[in-house]
Design a protein around this ligand. Structure first.
Ligand code: NAD
Length: 470
């Protein structure tokens, strides 16, 4: 079997093995870290709107319980299978370790094409799936905390938290049973855009060192870099928006129905408005239509951000790619052997376990908010603002000068929840990148291997310091 057709979990484990070769942990410990601790397979009935009954397939994998709760999204997709769920759960373990999010890794899925079901049917599927997890103690604030993933969003998370709360009426921490909820239902400001914002921070960090850009023939800094983004969903849309705000030029955008290109740059908001209005990304004014969406991956650009699906860059198309930097917004968008080929070509790969970790980072903040029952910034915002005002008055008294109203407003304003969440996310992404860069330089490895070395090392440390039960 060609490596490009390896199942996703085997691909993840190939990266694991490559990194493990640099570590001197006992083989048994490495095997324990690598294995998926549990996988629960569910089959449950859905009563469709027309009265017929359909059997649904679902999974929940808990890859590593070295820390609890475990954490990972729920995917609704027509082709998902058990291997994919275990692979994605494994990626969650490493992602959490890399970003110092104190969770084990998990993932869930239902094999369903959401577009083919009514709203009421989707609600029944989501609630039944949550019920199935609840009855097996596979959901709860201290056990396993789902979140959105491909095909699910805040709406499904609201149904899940409502189901969990209905089944455990005396739990005061029920809100912490799932993250990615609407802000009005215990969500946290900044969560919806967190993964995309994190992708932007990852790219910004990757571009900011002249010595890293020079071998790619690029200048340092995101400004002016030509970027192609695949997928305009939760991750891709926000990533494209923040990259554009950060000075990148979005020259290409790809969706299911096709892709568009403009050397002068595409306005992401306007493209989304156009797609919402017409039902297609194609036909956007002054842009070139590309009928076969996948061809967008091969466009001339500096940066490619695959943010839709796994296995979109394979041995079949890898040699036609022209991007110098690839940031993995999606999980597993590059097959393991295509990844090696890109490294041989000198492409800078920013790996998924780092690049898209912004979502789980802010999910962690949401969970902390839910358990503390207090919005971030609520206690200190006013106090901080009046304290800032007193400092300004002191400066004015000493100097005899006056701040302008504008300068006064900016200097006194204290952070609310959204500012604090974004600050925590930026700090996490920058700190994690710095760790990867140090490992990369010390071990002379690519960023993905550095990321796995770091993640495995942190999980191993948890096992070694806490010991193995019993
Ligand atoms: P989503 O469902 O919100 O968006 C996916 C988008 O990709 C949709 O707009 C869809 O139409 C588009 N798409 C589907 N097939 C395509 C194709 N062939 N070509 C181009 N576009 C196509 O999903 P999402 O939450 O944005 O997740 C995307 C990826 O990011 C997944 O791999 C997911 O596991 C990963 N991820 C998501 C999060 C999160 O917080 N949502 C966090 C980490 C990683």
């Amino acid at each position: 079997m060609s490596a490009s057709h390896l199942p996703l979990f085997a691909q993840v484990n190939r990266y694991f093995d490559k990194a493990a070769a640099y570590l001197d942990h006992p083989p048994g410990l490495l095997a324990q870290i690598k294995s998926c601790n549990s996988i629960y397979r569910i089959r449950f009935p859905l009563k469709r709107d027309d009265g017929t009954i359909e059997v649904m397939d679902g999974w929940r994998a808990q890859h590593s319980v070295h820390r609890l709760p475990t954490k990972g999204g729920i995917r609704f997709a027509p082709t998902v299978d058990e291997d994919e769920v275990m692979a994605l759960a494994a990626l969650m373990t490493y992602k959490c370790a890399l970003t110092d999010v104190p969770f084990g890794g998990a993932k869930g899925a239902v094999r369903i094409d959401p577009k083919k079901y009514s709203l009421a049917e989707l609600e029944r599927v989501t609630r039944r799936y949550a019920y199935e997890l609840f009855t097996r103690n596979m959901i709860g604030p201290g056990v396993d905390v789902p979140a959105p993933d491909y095909g699910t969003g805040a709406r499904e998370m609201a149904w899940i938290v409502d189901t969990y709360a209905a089944l455990s009426p005396s739990s005061i921490d029920a809100l912490g049973s799932v993250t990615g909820k609407p802000v009005t239902q215990g969500g946290v400001r900044g969560r919806a855009e967190a993964t995309g914002r994190g992708v932007y921070f990852a790219l910004r960090e990757a571009c900011c060192y002249p010595e890293d850009m020079r071998p790619l023939g690029l200048q340092a800094g995101l400004g002016g870099k030509r970027v192609v983004v695949q997928g305009l969903g939760n991750v891709g849309y926000h990533a494209a928006r923040f990259i554009q705000e950060g000075g990148g030029i979005i020259v290409g955008l790809a969706e299911r129905e096709g892709a568009i290109y403009s050397a002068a740059g595409l306005d992401v908001e306007k493209v989304v408005e156009h797609r919402n209005r017409t039902g297609s990304i194609l036909g956007f004014p002054r842009a070139l239509d590309i009928a076969a969406s996948r061809d967008a991956l091969e466009l001339e650009c500096d940066v490619l951000v695959p943010a839709a699906l796994e296995n979109v860059i394979t041995m079949e198309n890898v040699d036609r790619l022209r991007a110098r930097i690839i940031v993995e917004g999606a999980n597993g968008p590059i097959t393991a052997d295509a990844s090696e080929r890109l490294l041989d070509k000198g492409t800078l790969l920013v790996p998924d376990i780092y690049a898209n970790a912004g979502g789980v980072t802010v999910s962690y903040f949401e969970w902390v908010k839910n358990l503390s029952h207090l919005r971030f910034g609520r206690m200190e915002k006013r106090f901080q603002e009046s304290s800032n005002e007193r400092i300004l008055l002191g400066v004015e008294n000493l100097t005899g000068l006056r701040f302008t109203e504008d300068a006064r407003g900016r200097a006194t304003q204290a952070a609310g929840e959204e500012e604090l969440v974004n600050s925590g996310l930026e700090e996490t992404m920058v700190a994690a990148y710095n760790e990867l860069r140090v490992i990369q330089a010390q071990r002379k490895v690519d960023l993905r291997t550095a990321a796995f070395i770091n993640a495995i090392g942190k999980v191993a440390l948890a096992y070694m310091q806490r010991g193995i039960f019993p």
